[in-house]
Design a protein around this ligand. Sequence first.
Ligand code: CAA
Length: 292
Amino acid sequence: MTDTAPAASASTSVSAPPTGDPAGPSVFVRVDFPAPAAFGRGEADPGVALVTIDRPAALNALNAAILADLAAAFVRLDADPTCRAIVLTGAGGRAFAAGADIKAMASAGPDTIEAVGGFGHWQTLAAVGLPVVAAVRGFALGGGCELALLCDIVIAGDDATLGQPEIKLGVIPGAGGTQRLTRAIGKARAMELVLTGRSIDAREAERLGLVSQVVPAEETLDRALELAGRIAVLPPLAVRAAKAAVNAALELPLADGLAFERRTFFDLFATADQKEGMAAFAEKRPAHWTGR
Ligand code: CAA
């Protein structure tokens, strides 16, 4: 594998740079739409976008420009009705992302670190309504682990190394690590990882519940695309609603979360896709989703 090519065996039908960067096409973030053949069934294009962090020489370390471009790409894809799911990966095979850019942050002060590190973009990334699958190979450390945690599903190659090593730099995770990791794996385990900075391999991450599947390293991207493709052909309003409802479980007290779920469930009965899905079941035929 080259440093600049995504690991996908997928050919790409369209390549479109993020448009949110006023300076022009992104140097470090690529957005491709893998051709239908990439999904292994020869069916219609499921509308999966592949977003690649492409800075392999620095193990895809996340600087403010990359985070701005990632956020712009996510916002644009979220508003694109033909896009039904996102796969996020890192170029080069050695890293998903080795964290925030330490060299860029090193001389920052408390008043400048937010802008220097591009920390405002993390909320934008978390707010995307489309399902996001992380395809993690190699290092996902610090901000890279936090980026994976922000995704909805993590597929890890068996070469993946995850962790929050910030304590060894004299800081703590600053992009959600103490919060999302704790919710994902529980307080005792999160404490151990955050307080020691110990990295874990893919199998341990799977056992702890940080990743949902471990796959052979070379297959990571294909398996993530395949999974995203399976989600992408499902009714998009229900998919977005399901993501929002599961995420509500991380944010709300149980009673409020249950109320949110019930309201969201009821709201879906206003959609054409609910009528179609239930009619198709009764008529014993495949459903045809319109996203309305
Ligand atoms: N920031 C900036 N540059 C980085 C980087 C990072 N987080 N991680 C790796 N790089 C750069 C290295 O400086 C090196 O560049 P040069 O060739 O110009 O020297 C290049 O990527 C390759 O890295 P290494 O030579 O170090 O590769 P390695 O295989 O020997 O080690 C590694 C790999 C163990 C991942 C090591 O690079 C490492 O420890 N990286 C830092 C990991 C880390 O601490 N991440 C947390 C950052 S802080 C953070 O993320 C805060 C937050 O919560 C948002």
